[in-house]
Design a binder for this molecule. Structure first.
Ligand code: AMP
Ligand code: ZN
Length: 429
């Protein structure tokens, strides 16, 4: 049941002792990187874990400013790999790994996969991008370490994905949730029943983008499988930071490798358990490029209750969005996931949607493009009008804005190769 029982079920006291020891080592190592030297990190003294709050935070901008080598604290000959974040603007953020870093990352990913029941006799199809993006190689190394037959398809080419899944009797897939929904659409359009086509398929690992509980349920129902939420970011290796156990009540964040805080994004003061805030993470084992108090911008909540699985590493709630993704419309703060929850949970609504923001005079205006199930286009048009009215009503109750709802046929909204583009902001500044 456990990949590494001693670590996964370590008592909280032992775990915190380990964290403190690793935190001190991390500070010593980080002090060799030009960026942290400038911050005078060597002068900070950590006596207990709460002292972490005295340390400066590190932002994505800091990583950019330190580009290309300002965060590295080991000689280049000890570094064997770099990865870069998927951000599309400006200078990329680059993260460097030593051999030990890659081994530790692999260990964490293997631990996650084992936790959800992946075993050496599984056939694993990895539909997430290889290359600079961390999703592909991260899971790839973990699956191989576990001993699975690993198929590195990467993203896209839906026909081939489905063919491989069928012909190699794939049992586990790793997929971006929006792409899983696209696969479902494609199968449905071809009248293919997933349980018949892929009798061995048992689980999907969903990662790389925020998705709602409703989206998970839709994927699980359609394919007849279990789907597990996988969270990570390239600054913290990539996948393998936090992952759902079979109980699916939040994601265990591996505290032997990372120290996490949840803070108010404005004041950076810790939030109380049960209160949502920004996740801040410190690497505890990274050799080549330790990162101290990284501001992820991801919003979540700490779950302190013990988990029925016996793992002692605390859980975080599924990420509800990035503080960057928050849209402010007519003064109201809205996250795309609030809209997704309503859409995906409504019968008749399909699996893809897009939010378009425009200026109407001096006002903000939202147009919501929503793909529908093909069955909605057969027969009575009044059912479309009823659905539109229902959506507008429920959306207004949730986000206090009355959007225009544009009901479209399946396949009319483009599907991204990587993370879905949910919001297009055409507003004038
Ligand atoms: P990258 O560094 O390009 O891999 O992107 C990392 C970002 O993707 C994170 O900071 C999150 O915003 C997002 N992300 C990754 N996994 C998840 C997940 N399971 N749920 C929500 N957001 C995620
Ligand atoms: Zn658990």
């Amino acid at each position: 049941m456990y990949w590494d029982q001693a670590t996964e079920t370590m008592s909280r006291d032992q775990l915190e002792e380990l964290q403190l020891k690793r935190m001190k080592e991390t500070l010593n190592r980080a002090a060799k990187a030009p960026f942290y030297q400038t911050l005078g990190i060597a002068d900070y003294v950590i006596k207990d874990l709460s002292d972490i709050q005295k340390l400066p935070v590190t932002t994505k901008q800091d990583l950019r400013d330190a580009y290309p080598y300002g965060m590295v604290c080991t000689p280049l000959q000890e570094i064997i790999r770099l990865h870069s974040s998927s951000g599309t603007t400006g200078i990329p953020t680059v993260v460097y790994h030593s051999r030990e870093d890659i081994q530790m990352w692999t260990e964490l990913v293997t631990r996650c996969m084992y936790m959800i029941g992946v075993r050496p006799d599984d056939v694993f199809q990895n539909m997430i991008g290889y290359g600079l993006f961390t999703g592909g190689l991260g899971l790839h190394y973990g699956a191989e370490r576990l001993g699975c037959l690993t198929i590195p398809t990467g993203p896209g080419n839906t026909k081939r994905q489905l063919k491989f899944m069928k012909e190699f009797d794939v049992s586990v897939i790793h997929v971006i949730p929006s792409y899983a929904l696209h696969l479902a659409d494609t199968l449905e359009a071809a009248g293919i029943k997933p349980k018949k086509e892929f009798p061995k398929l048992k689980s999907a690992i969903l990662g790389a983008e925020p998705h709602s509980e409703e989206t998970r349920a839709k994927i699980e129902d359609f394919f007849g499988i279990d789907a597990f939420n996988s969270y990570g970011l390239s600054e913290m290796n990539g996948p393998g930071v936090a992952f759902e156990c079979p109980h699916k009540q939040g994601l265990h964040l591996w505290e032997d490798a990372f120290c996490f805080e949840i803070v108010d994004p404005e004041t950076l003061k810790p939030t109380s358990p049960g209160e949502r805030g920004e996740l801040i993470v410190t690497t505890l084992t990274r050799q080549a490029m330790p990162i101290i108090r990284y501001r992820t911008k991801d919003l979540t909540m700490r779950i302190t209750a013990e988990c029925a699985c016996g793992r002692t590493h605390q859980r975080i709630e599924r990420i509800s969005g990035r503080s960057d993704d928050m849209m402010i419309l007519k003064g109201v703060n809205i996250f795309p996931i609030q809209i997704e929850q309503i859409l995906i949970g409504t019968p008749g609504v399909g699996r893809n949607y897009q939010i378009i923001l425009e200026s109407k005079g001096h006002n903000d205006h939202m147009i919501l493009k929503v793909e529908l199930d093909p069955s909605m286009f057969i027969g009575d048009i009044s059912s479309l009008e009823k659905l539109r009215a229902k959506l507008i009503r429920e959306l207004h109750d949730e986000i206090l804005i009355t959007p225009d709802v544009d009901l479209c046929e399946p396949g009319s909204i483009p599907v991204a190769q990587g993370k879905a583009v949910r919001v297009i902001d055409n507003r004038e500044l």
